[in-house]
Design a protein around this ligand. Structure first.
Ligand code: SAJ
Length: 431
């Protein structure tokens, strides 16, 4: 459904309006996606009313501060709040455009939990009026946009055919969110053709990437497919790493060599797949077609097995030592961020502590205190790099933060090294 004349379409939405200032937006959810998106829209001079159920988050934002670590975000929030374009509250208000960017986790058996999306929808229903545009951005199983429409029209039947509803997934990479929000292409799924075009005109106000209009179901599946694609490719690298370990081959050298082939591009093996996206979204595909999603399910299982494999390597190494000290380098789910959500490193550290195989130290330069789930009982100590290198017998590299990859190789001498990222050894892991 590519539009013939995007330039005209961009401004059709504004109809008689010529000033952004007259447009009002409500953003539901002020987390890793909602807050940067709200701030970016506000930076274009559009009035944004952000909504979050957490009163502390609302207070922090209204003070011009942020509750998450993301490059350049604090500056943008400070600026847009000071200018009066961005405000936060725990309740929505009437507006022209409603954006929903709330979490979509899964429950038992990997079934999607849409309760946050549904409660955000219920919050806006009383405020909706004719001509409004409602856009879901949360990663969601196929059919969720139709479900939202069902909720809205059940409560407000008079709005049928009088509002616009679309799905437009975010695709930004943590650490580069503001850049990618503006620059990435977007897939925009209208519940009907008019909704798709309205949504495209809205995104044209602040996105510089190409805007591609399609159906809501295709856009929902597109987001899930992107993350499942990455998960399957990481699983391939992880499976190769397990095979190489058995065969006594340096997997990182192998991948470097294989990638010299013009049509091969293998990703990097690691201690598992973390974060709240790639480790979650493929399950939404599996749950929608379990009898057909064999490869996608298997990839999830391969990646989820990797942390336990690393723990086994450490325990084998520790079993040969008396009172060993084990230092785990990195807790975040990937390099150079402070985000610990769904981190395989956390799983590994917890299992090592529970195993009582030795004293466990953790090094994480991006945090100052251990999260509660790790601090319990004081069995784990957060230490700096120097202390860990001095005191530990076994060094386990879990995250390739720049502080770790820059470590002087001489300081690793004489230690047992278990390098899940290939940054320190790129030789044989312990077997
Ligand atoms: N990882 C590897 N090997 C690799 C690449 C990544 O083990 O070669 C691991 C990382 O260490 C991390 C996990 O995978 O634990 C995920 O990291 P990531 O950088 O691949 O992705 P995320 O979760 O930070 O962001 C992804 C992105 N999706 C894709 O690249 C297809 C991002 O564009 C999405 O917007 C984001 O998910 C999301 O919000 O869905």
């Amino acid at each position: 459904m590519e539009m013939e004349n995007p330039a005209n379409a961009s401004f059709a939405f504004l109809e008689e309006r010529t000033m952004h200032e007259s447009l009002s937006v409500v953003m539901l959810g002020l987390g890793y996606i909602g807050l940067p998106t709200a701030a970016l829209i506000a930076s274009k001079g559009i009035s944004v009313h952000g909504v979050d159920v957490n009163a502390d988050v609302v207070r922090t934002i209204n003070e011009g501060k942020v509750h998450i670590v993301e490059p350049d975000l604090e500056g943008l929030v400070t600026y847009t709040v000071a200018k009066g374009f961005l405000k936060a509250n725990t309740q929505p208000v009437p507006a022209d455009v409603f954006l929903i960017a709330v979490p979509t986790p899964f429950r038992e058996e990997h079934q999607p939990d849409l309760s946050y999306v549904e409660s955000a929808t219920n919050m806006i229903i009383p405020h909706l009026r004719e001509g409004n545009l409602v856009i879901l951005e949360s990663t969601s199983p196929v059919g969720t946009t139709e479900r939202i429409a069902g909720l809205i029209f059940a409560a407000r039947p008079e709005l049928r055919d009088r509002i616009y509803i679309a799905y437009c997934p975010e695709r930004v990479l943590p650490g580069k969110i503001l850049f990618e929000l503006e620059r990435n292409d977007r897939a925009i799924g209208g519940l009907d053709a008019r909704s798709g075009e309205k949504a495209r005109a809205f995104y044209a106000l602040f996105v510089k990437g190409q805007l591609h209009v399609t159906t809501a179901r295709t856009a929902e599946m597109c987001k899930l497919t992107e993350n499942a694609f990455r998960d399957v490719n990481i699983a391939f690298a992880n499976e190769i790493s397990l095979i190489c370990e058995r065969l006594g081959i340096d997997v990182w050298e192998l991948i470097r060599l294989a990638n010299l082939h013009p049509r091969v591009n293998i990703l990097q093996p690691g201690p598992g797949v973390g974060g709240h996206c790639i480790a979650v979204d493929p399950w939404f595909i599996v749950s929608s077609a379990p009898d057909r999603a064999h490869l996608i399910k298997c990839a999830r299982e391969v990646n989820d097995s990797k942390p336990h494999h690393i723990v086994e390597q450490v325990l084998r190494a520790a079993s040969g030592l008396t009172s060993p000290v084990i230092a785990c380098f990195g807790l975040a789910f990937k390099a150079n961020i402070d985000d610990l959500r769904e981190s395989p490193a956390i799983t590994i550290v917890k299992e090592l502590v529970a195993s009582r195989a030795g004293r466990v130290l953790a090094v994480e330069p991006n945090i100052d205190v251990l999260p509660d789930e790790l601090a319990v009982g004081g069995a784990l100590q957060l230490v700096d790099i120097k202390t860990a290198l001095r005191e530990a017998d076994i060094l386990v590299l879990l995250v390739d933060h720049r502080e770790f990859t820059n470590v002087d190789p001489l300081s690793l001498k004489g230690k047992i090294i278990i390098d899940s990222r290939g940054s320190w050894t790129s030789t044989r892991p312990i077997s």
